[in-house]
Structure formats: structure tokens, C-alpha cells
Design a protein around this ligand. Structure first.
Ligand SMILES: Nc1nc2c(c(=O)[nH]1)N[C@H]1C(S)=C(S)[C@@H](COP(=O)(O)OP(=O)(O)OC[C@H]3O[C@@H](n4cnc5c(=O)[nH]c(N)nc54)[C@H](O)[C@@H]3O)O[C@H]1N2
Ligand SMILES: Nc1nc2c(c(=O)[nH]1)N[C@H]1C(S)=C(S)[C@@H](COP(=O)(O)OP(=O)(O)OC[C@H]3O[C@@H](n4cnc5c(=O)[nH]c(N)nc54)[C@H](O)[C@@H]3O)O[C@H]1N2
Ligand SMILES: [Mo]
Length: 675
């Protein structure tokens, strides 16, 4: 593909790399178009008062105003009245510098990011059970060689198309694939077995699988004794999840449960993989823990071609959560409430440990209180379009509007940027170098292919000039390579140790897997082969009682609503709704309804359907399909306006990960007005 850069024409070509084997999805192939988009922000915008319009201003004016407003708000309300919201799309260098900016330049505890809405439940569960959170503790290519895969709540065929090559190779090698999803998605097409689960009942299914495994003698007692702790209490609990009880809860026929347990239980090697389906629930952490219990009991972890893994979200979903833009975290997966960790980072940053704030609150908790007396009153957003993607978006939008001051840094005037007091135009992926860490824990280098437009700056430049204006007592380089060198020192000795990783090594070695403590260390493609990351080296079972979603259908709201993605749109749609080819493939919001259910409501294909939940109303076009459960409707969340799915979603949070329940709430539908 040709791409016209300011440096002249460039060609985007595929490269044979083990992760994607040269494959890119449609969004990847068309991403270069956005570099030249007529909609692109090319100058800072600012409004002088809340009533005024956004108008072009110089960088000096914009940055001076931001620094002044931050200082004014902090003087009146204290350091925590200024907050930062980051994104898992940012490079490691940006995520690192943003975390440092919040703690050192703003001295605020209030920073979190959209990864909280993404993989936080799986991350928390992995740490609890295995001691480390790395999406996959093995290379993706291992998938090809495993006998059985249990894939829970992932529509990889649409959300990670390049990964399907590995699933297809696994099938060709005689392997089986079990997919757990309330919908018969494209991903189910090649599956051996599809378990069409009732939304929000994943923990009951996992406990049911464990029950059958125990009864049928599939469990690996030697592995349990040698490498795990806590099985007895879990065994006891699992015994009460009889298959007929599990069928009543999950809607999965007893026979299919037995079949799935047999496939897994008799396999030589197996993998259990989760994605947002079971994770984006108010019991997301427990759901994942319950599936990890199954993997441990079968002895299918910490051995070749076996393991539990979480399929990533955004481009830097993994690295984005390792370097300090999460409320409780410092670089290298260090913790803000650990005195030794604080001391290490304070030394790298050249500040006094006592000056580092303590952990702040999670994404939705921060958003929920914006503009209030004990909340954030000035917010800086880098890489998220919250008015479309946050749960209970009508409320979040009102909270954003209640802020004293909102700054958004983006390539386009997103629905969130539209509401900002200052909008800063930033450089896109091809215009700056940096590193990203993929779901395998493989640190990748992304080179700079062209210059950004003249009046556009990089996120690093923006953060660095703001830090300078705020008189920060540490260095804030805007050169990616320098930031990475500092990041290496900051992560040294941490769980996600990048100390031995250099740009040159990444380029020469097809990426480097962390932990990599020194330059002569080969990196760590496979984890947990000898011991787990817990203090005693043993993996931990967790007792998970099925509790169900926070909101259940009732007479008033009789159906389940679940939300997710389609192939041709990306996230809040800021980028993909601007690519003609993608918009043609997925032009508007829709709601999938089973034909029998649609008939009961007199709804036909393409009709406008009004959806109502306890949070709000939305309207979308009916898409009749018998691939969805009768009791469930599905809406993608990529669209703005009246088709905004998040006007409906429930912000019930998981108590540990603080993940909102995007995947389950109760809804009422009716045939609506035109949409
Ligand atoms: N095309 C495209 N690709 C993307 C993205 C995108 O926006 N568009 N976003 C990227 C990001 S950030 C992420 S996080 C990933 C997400 O990737 P996925 O997790 O694959 O995507 P989702 O569509 O959110 O959810 C997956 C499936 O969960 C199912 N599900 C719903 N409720 C439940 C439930 O209660 N239990 C179970 N077991 N399953 C349930 C849905 O029907 C859906 O098919 O995709 C990444 N890739
Ligand atoms: N109902 C429902 N809601 C969901 C989900 C769901 O499944 N259902 N999934 C959740 C998940 S998993 C996620 S990850 C979130 C994602 O939702 P968002 O956090 O809104 O993510 P994006 O749409 O990617 O928004 C990124 C914004 O930042 C800009 N941007 C991209 N890269 C950069 C960069 O490098 N620098 C700067 N300055 N800007 C950048 C883009 O143009 C875009 O406007 O949505 C969550 N919301
Ligand atoms: Mo995500």
C-alpha cells in the first residue's frame, strides 16, 4: 500500500513476523489513510470560556493556558484536583512519561487509563493465581501445537484476525477448539464445540468443568501436589456444581458440558484463553480465577504448549499497564504502596520518596466524581474517547462538562475533544518512534516512517513542555530513545524488567520478551516452567462461588444486553469512522436480535429499535440473526449519537479490578422511531 508522507511516498508492506505471519487486519491496511485525513487536527484549539467556540491558537498560548489553569485549580483545591486519563494505545515511552508527569510534575495521585476497562480483570486474576500478569506466558506460535483450546468470550476472528492463522494451524494439526460465547460468532465457525452461555454465568461454567474433571478422574494430582496450593477448598466447592445445576444457570446443555470437560481432561496439552467476554463483568476477576482453577487442576499450566492466557486489547494493552499510568502502579509493574518500590523509582526520578503520591482511584471512580468538591476538577486526556467508550456514558459526559478545565490530546476532534477547553493535535503512529509490548510480553519497536505535519507535536513533546512549565523537579525528555533508557533503569529488578532491552536488540531479535534483566540475558518467551511468580513459587487455587451479574433481567427490563466489537470498526470509532472503506463495511449502530424475539416485538430487519436500561436510552437498527441467544441482544460500542451503546451500560465495578460490567445488563426493547 502507498502512503504519501511529508518525506515523500512510502510503501506499507507486510513483513513475515512470528506473531502475525505478515497478516494485518483491514484496519491495519487502511490506517495509513488517516495520516492524510482532511479531518486531521493541525493546530491547537482553545475556547476562552465555556460558552465560546474552539478556535485555533499557537502552541505557546495553548500550553501557557493549560499550565495556568492547572496551577490555579491546584492552588485552590490541592494537587489531586488535577487528573490524567491515559490509554493502552500509547507507546511504552508515553505511558511511562505520563505516569511520571502525574506523580512528579502534578504531584497528583489521580491518574488512570482505559486499560482499566480492558484487561484489568485478567491482569488481577493472573497476579493472584500465578503471581505475574503477562497476557500470554508463552509465544503465540505455541497455540499451533496445543491439543485443545478453551476460548472464553473472545471473537478473535473479528478482533484479532491475524491470530486466526495460529488457530487454523492448530485445527489442521488435529487440535480442538471450544468457544464460549452467547453468540455464534465468526470465531465459532471453525470450532469443535460452541457453548452458548447465558451472559454473566462464566464462573458457574468453570466450576461445572472442574466438577466433571474431579468426578471423571481427569485431574492431575501430582501437579496439584507439587506446584499449587489451595486445591482442597476449591475441590469441595466444585462438588456442588452438578452438571444439571450448571445447565440451569448457564443454559449450556449437560451433554455439552461433559463433552467439553472430556476434551480438556483427556488432552495431552491444553490452553485456556479468555478475552473481554468473561472479564468485563462485575465478577470479572473471579470468572478468570475460576477458569485458571480448571487449568491448574488439569495440570495444564507451566508446561510446554499449555497455559492460561488473556488475549490483549489495544496495540499496547500489555505495555500500557506496566509503566505507571494505572492508579496504583509504578514502572516495571512496581506498586505505589510498596515502600521499596517507591524508593527505587524516586531514586531514578531524582525526587524525594515522600513527595510521591499514594495510589489514586480507578478510571470509573475518577470519572464519576469529575467536577465535584472532592473530585478531579481539571482533566488531561491522552488517547481515549470517554464520551463514547466509558460505561454509563451519559453520566460521564455530564461529569466531563462539569469540569473546570478539560484538555484532550488527539489526532482528530473526537466526541470527547469536542467538549474540551484546549485540544492539542498529536503525531500519529508512523510519525514517531517508540516501543509497544504485545500480548506475549514481547517488546516491539515501531519506527518513524515520516515527519508529522509541521504544526503537530508528539505526545512526548507535549508532556515534556507542560512539565517544564509546571517547574517539575525531574528531567522530562521528549526523545523516545532517552525516555526508553530511563524506563529501562526504572524497571530494573521489577516484575516487568526491561533493563536488558535496547532498541537495537529489539530490531535484531524479532522483539525481546520480558523479563530481561541484562543485555546478555536472552529474554523470557516461556514463563512458569519451573516456578510461578508467587512468593512460594506455587500457583494458587481460589474458591469462586458463582454470584452472577449485578443486574438481572426482570419484568421491566426482560432481556440481557451485551456489547462488543465488529471487524471494521475500532473502539470509540474516532479513527475508523473516518475511513470510507471501513464505514462502508459497518456504517451505523445496530442491535442483534434473535428472529423469534424480534417477532414478539413486531420488529423486522433494519427497523429502528429503541433500547432502554436503568441508565438511559439508545436507538439502533435491528439486525435479525439466529446466531444470538433468544434472551440476549448485542450492540457494538463503536458509534456516537443515539446509537451509543454506552448510554445503556452498567458501571457496576468488580471489587478488585474495578472493571465495569460492559458485558451484562438488563434491557427493554421496542420498535422505535427512524434511526
Ligand atoms: N475490529 C476490532 N478489533 C479490535 C478492537 C475493536 O474495537 N475492533 N478492539 C481491541 C480491543 S481494545 C480489545 S479489548 C479486543 C477485544 O476483543 P474481544 O474480547 O474478542 O471482543 P468483544 O467483542 O468485546 O467480546 C468478545 C465476545 O464476548 C462475548 N460475550 C458477551 N458477553 C459474554 C459473557 O457473559 N460471557 C462470555 N463468555 N462471553 C461473552 C461477545 O458476544 C463477544 O463475541 O479487541 C481488539 N481488537
Ligand atoms: N460498551 C462497551 N464499552 C467499552 C468496551 C466494550 O466492550 N463495550 N470496551 C472497553 C475497552 S476494552 C476499551 S480498550 C475502551 C477503548 O475506548 P477508548 O479509550 O475511547 O479508545 P479509542 O477509541 O481507541 O480512543 C482513543 C482516542 O485517542 C486517540 N488516540 C489514539 N492513539 C493516540 C495516541 O497515541 N496519542 C493520542 N494523544 N491520542 C491517541 C484516538 O484518535 C481516539 O480518539 O473501550 C471500552 N468501552
Ligand atoms: Mo480493550
Amino acid at each position: 500500500m502507498k502512503l504519501h508522507g511529508t518525506d515523500g511516498d512510502l510503501t506499507v508492506a507486510s513483513r513475515n513476523f512470528p506473531t502475525n505471519l505478515g497478516g494485518l487486519c483491514q484496519k491495519g491496511w487502511t490506517a495509513a489513510e488517516l495520516l492524510q485525513s482532511p479531518d486531521r487536527l493541525l493546530t491547537p484549539l482553545m475556547r476562552m470560556s465555556k460558552e465560546a467556540e474552539l478556535r485555533p491558537v499557537s502552541w505557546e498560548q495553548a500550553l501557557d493556558r493549560i499550565a495556568q489553569e492547572i496551577q490555579a485549580v491546584q492552588q485552590q483545591f490541592g494537587p489531586d484536583a488535577v487528573g490524567v486519563f491515559g490509554g493502552g494505545g500509547l507507546t511504552n515511552e508515553k505511558a511511562y512519561l505520563l505516569g511520571k508527569f502525574a506523580r512528579v510534575a502534578l504531584r497528583s495521585s489521580q491518574i488512570d487509563y482505559n486499560g482499566r476497562f480492558c484487561m484489568s480483570s485478567a491482569a488481577a486474576a493472573s497476579i493472584k493465581a500465578l503471581g505475574v500478569d503477562r497476557g500470554l506466558p508463552f509465544p503465540l506460535t505455541d497455540i499451533r501445537k496445543t491439543d485443545v483450546i478453551l476460548l472464553i468470550g473472545s471473537n478473535a476472528a473479528e478482533t484479532m484476525p491475524p491470530i486466526m492463522q495460529h488457530f487454523e494451524a492448530q485445527a489442521k494439526n488435529g487440535g480442538s477448539l471450544i468457544v464460549v460465547d452467547p453468540r455464534a460468532t465468526k470465531t465459532c465457525e471453525g470450532a469443535t464445540l460452541h457453548l452458548q452461555i447465558t451472559p454473566g454465568t462464566d464462573a458457574a461454567l468453570a466450576n461445572g468443568l472442574l466438577h466433571v474433571a474431579i468426578k471423571e478422574g481427569y485431574i492431575d494430582s501430582a501437579f496439584i501436589a507439587e506446584r499449587t496450593s489451595g486445591f482442597e477448598k476449591v475441590r469441595h466447592l466444585a462438588l456442588s456444581y452438578w452438571p444439571d445445576r450448571v445447565e440451569r444457570i448457564t443454559g449450556i446443555p449437560e451433554k455439552q458440558l461433559m463433552q467439553a470437560a472430556k476434551l480438556l481432561g483427556t488432552a495431552k496439552t491444553a490452553m485456556i484463553l479468555t478475552a473481554r467476554g468473561p472479564e468485563q463483568q462485575s465478577n470479572g476477576v473471579e470468572n478468570v480465577l475460576a477458569f485458571i482453577n480448571v487449568a491448574l487442576a488439569l495440570g495444564k499450566v507451566g508446561k510446554p504448549y499449555c497455559g492460561y492466557g488473556c488475549l490483549t486489547g489495544q496495540g499496547n494493552g500489555q505495555g500500557g499497564r506496566e509503566h505507571g499510568q494505572k492508579a496504583d502502579q509504578l514502572p516495571g509493574y512496581r506498586k505505589l504502596d510498596n515502600p521499596e518500590h517507591r524508593a527505587h523509582i524516586a531514586k531514578v526520578w531524582g525526587v524525594d520518596e515522600k513527595d510521591l503520591p499514594m495510589p489514586g482511584c480507578s478510571a470509573y471512580e475518577m470519572l464519576d466524581r469529575l467536577g465535584t468538591n472532592d473530585g478531579v476538577r481539571a482533566l488531561l486526556v491522552f488517547g481515549s474517547n470517554l464520551t463514547v467508550s466509558a460505561p454509563r456514558a451519559g453520566h460521564v459526559q455530564a461529569r466531563l462538562d462539569a469540569l473546570d478545565f478539560l484538555v484532550v490530546t488527539d489526532f482528530f476532534l473526537s466526541e470527547t475533544a469536542e467538549r474540551a477547553d484546549v485540544v492539542l493535535p498529536s503525531a500519529q503512529w508512523a510519525e514517531e518512534e517508540g516501543t509497544m509490548t504485545n500480548l506475549e510480553g514481547r517488546v516491539l519497536y515501531r519506527g518513524r516512517a515520516t515527519d508529522p505535519p509541521e504544526s503537530v507535536r508528539t505526545d512526548l513533546e507535549i508532556i515534556s513542555s507542560l512539565a517544564e512549565r509546571l517547574g517539575a523537579k525531574s528531567r522530562f525528555s521528549c526523545v523516545p530513545r532517552e525516555v526508553f533508557t530511563e524506563l529501562r533503569a526504572a524497571t530494573a529488578g521489577g516484575v516487568a524488567d526491561y533493563a536488558g532491552i535496547t532498541y537495537e536488540r529489539i530490531k535484531n531479535e524479532e522483539g525481546v520478551f520480558w523479563p530481561c534483566p541484562s543485555e546478555d540475558h536472552p529474554g523470557t518467551p516461556r514463563m512458569f516452567q519451573e516456578r510461578f511468580g508467587t512468593p512460594d513459587g506455587r500457583a494458587r487455587f481460589h474458591r469462586v462461588e458463582f454470584r452472577g451479574a449485578a443486574e438481572q433481567p426482570d419484568q421491566e427490563y426482560p432481556l440481557y444486553l451485551t456489547t462488543g466489537r465488529v471487524m471494521a470498526q475500532y473502539q470509540s470509532g474516532t479513527q475508523t469512522r473516518r475511513v470510507a472503506k471501513l464505514l462502508e463495511m459497518a456504517p451505523r449502530a445496530f442491535v442483534q436480535i434473535h428472529p423469534s424475539m424480534a417477532r414478539m416485538y413486531g420488529i423486522e430487519e433494519g427497523d429502528a429499535v429503541q433500547l432502554t436500561t436503568r441508565r438511559g436510552k439508545a436507538t439502533a437498527a435491528a439486525q435479525l440473526t439466529n446466531t444470538i441467544r433468544m434472551d440476549t441482544v448485542f450492540m457494538p460500542f463503536h458509534f456516537a449519537g443515539q446509537g451509543r451503546a454506552n448510554l445503556l451500560t452498567n458501571p457496576a465495578l468488580d471489587p478488585t479490578s474495578k472493571m465495569p460490567e460492559f458485558k451484562v445488563c438488563a434491557v427493554r426493547i421496542k420498535k422505535g422511531m427512524e434511526c
